[in-house]
Design a protein around this ligand. Structure first.
Ligand code: BG6
Length: 470
């Protein structure tokens, strides 16, 4: 349940992630009436700002957000403080002093002991130093700590980071964010599957020929080239978001839909059954033409801006069913779509019946469930047409969509860890991904910006096509 009082300490408070995502999300939680009755926000960063200068930044972040400045922005700003000078084990900067003042201030409002939530909106290199600082300055006990992605960049770095963090925090205190798990369309997968005979009965290799998880983006990377040139599409998206979505599709039924531990176990088991990738067979990397001309990119850069993967899930349910994952920048369109391609129908064979049935989940925006159904083409002749029945989750009675970040922040306040990644699941993800980080990594193939990527990737879903962009 929601605590009576909470203090959110936002590290990286003057950074891009904080102003673009975290601050607007916290305000969304507040607008929805889902914040604790008594709460404060302490922004923490290296710069020396006074409280008012930081409040101006908070106001600007809310103004620039999708929802715009709330009429009652002062209600937010009145709860905001700033602690400069950085934070580490060696030097805690201004944070301990400011936190004490905030605690005293809250004590004037309520007797309740505030929950302290440390939100690390910082580059991954700062995760371990801040965690050590929490331990060194007595700020870890009873706190919840949110880590942004990427939580590790390889199996080795993940193990090292998690080891350092666990010296200070228990697993139950750790909330590793993967905001794709907070998307309505992704959350609905298991409800749709376990609450409907129609889907539950088809959800296995008995009916499904392949699963596509397709996230083309038309976005450019020029404005975040430092990060991108060091990361690439596969590390940015596959081992993180797309593997988690694949785990959500592949999981066995958990004991309960309301027990975080049961859901974790089911998702962990699914990720651990991912077979390590075979780069030569099952991976196509791409780089859009012109990428090397961007300022900040090495003239001979081999970084991937596109990746398509055929993943095998070694569970009884999915044996022999390929999971096709694809994403890239500067592609022809922006979409986020899961497609379960169903096998041939049971009726009499008919050569004209060539479009497979499909169950699709669109997880961009508010989310959609789509069914690709073959019907008789209306008219005097017996011919077939494929239509799509669409349920926009926005239209579901009583629904009030919440953005992925806001949904996850609300879960942290509640202490509900169902939609956060676990150490075991990430270990499974990095293990399956590791071959792509070794000598067998294929060279990226060029593709035309605004296209669907290298032609070579068409062999991966054969005999089917990629559903998007056909
Ligand atoms: C981020 C990736 O985590 O997710 C970006 O670093 C990607 O490269 C983004 O564009 C996609 O998120 P969203 O919210 O647009 O689905």
């Amino acid at each position: 349940s929601l605590p009576e009082a909470a203090i959110v300490v936002l590290y990286g408070a003057t950074g891009d992630l904080a102003s673009r995502m975290v601050l607007p999300a916290i305000d969304e939680v507040r607008r929805r009436g889902l914040m604790p009755a008594h709460w404060r926000l302490v922004g923490c960063s290296t710069g020396r700002l006074d409280d008012d200068a930081f409040r101006d930044r908070v106001a600007a972040a809310l103004e620039g957000s999708e929802q715009g400045t709330p009429d009652d922005v002062d209600e937010v700003l009145g709860r905001v403080r700033y602690a400069g000078g950085g934070f580490s084990a060696e030097d805690p900067g201004d944070l301990p002093g400011v936190l004490n003042e905030v605690r005293e201030d809250l004590a004037g409002e309520t007797d309740a002991e505030p929950l302290v939530l440390h939100f690390l909106a910082v580059p991954p290199g700062a995760f371990a130093p801040i965690a050590r600082g929490l331990g060194a300055h007595g700020l870890a006990e009873g706190a919840r700590v949110v880590f942004e992605k990427p939580y590790g960049t390889s199996l080795e770095s993940f193990v090292e980071l998690d080891g350092a963090v666990k010296e200070v925090l228990d697993e139950e205190q750790i909330f590793r964010i993967d905001h794709f798990l907070g998307k309505e369309g992704v959350q609905t997968i298991y409800v749709m599957r376990f609450a409907n005979q129609l889907f539950g009965s088809e959800w296995s290799r008995a009916s499904v020929e392949q699963v596509q998880i397709d996230v083309p983006e038309d976005l450019d990377v020029a404005n975040r080239i430092g990060f991108y040139e060091a990361t690439g599409a596969a590390l940015d998206m596959i081992v993180t978001h797309l593997f988690q979505v694949a785990g959500q599709v592949a999981m066995e039924p958990p004991r309960s839909l309301r027990e975080p531990a049961a859901i974790h176990q089911a998702r962990e088991d699914a990720l651990r059954s991912f077979r390590p990738l075979e780069p030569a067979e099952d991976v196509v990397l791409g780089q859009f033409e012109g990428y090397r001309d961007i300022e900040g990119v090495a003239p001979d850069s081999e970084q991937d801006t596109y990746v398509a993967v055929r993943l095998w899930v070694d569970s009884e349910r999915w044996r022999g069913v390929p999971f096709l994952l694809r994403t890239g920048k500067r592609m022809a369109a922006k979409a986020q779509r899961i497609t379960l391609v169903l096998g041939p129908p049971y009726g009499p064979l008919d050569p004209e019946l060539d479009t497979p049935n499909s169950i699709q989940i669109d997880f961009s925006g508010s989310g959609e469930v789509r069914l690709g159904i073959t019907v008789k083409t209306p008219g005097p002749d017996l011919t077939y047409s494929s239509g799509t029945a669409v349920l926009d989750l926005d239209d579901v009675p009583g629904g009030e969509p919440i953005s992925p970040y806001a949904s996850l922040i609300h879960d942290v306040l509640l202490g509900d860890r169902s939609l956060f990644t676990t150490a075991e699941a990430l270990q499974g993800a990095f293990t399956a991904f590791a071959p792509l980080q070794g000598d067998a990594r294929p060279a990226p193939l060029p593709y035309v910006p605004g296209s669907w990527g290298p032609e070579e990737a068409r062999r991966l879903p054969a005999p089917h096509e990629w559903f998007l962009g056909q």
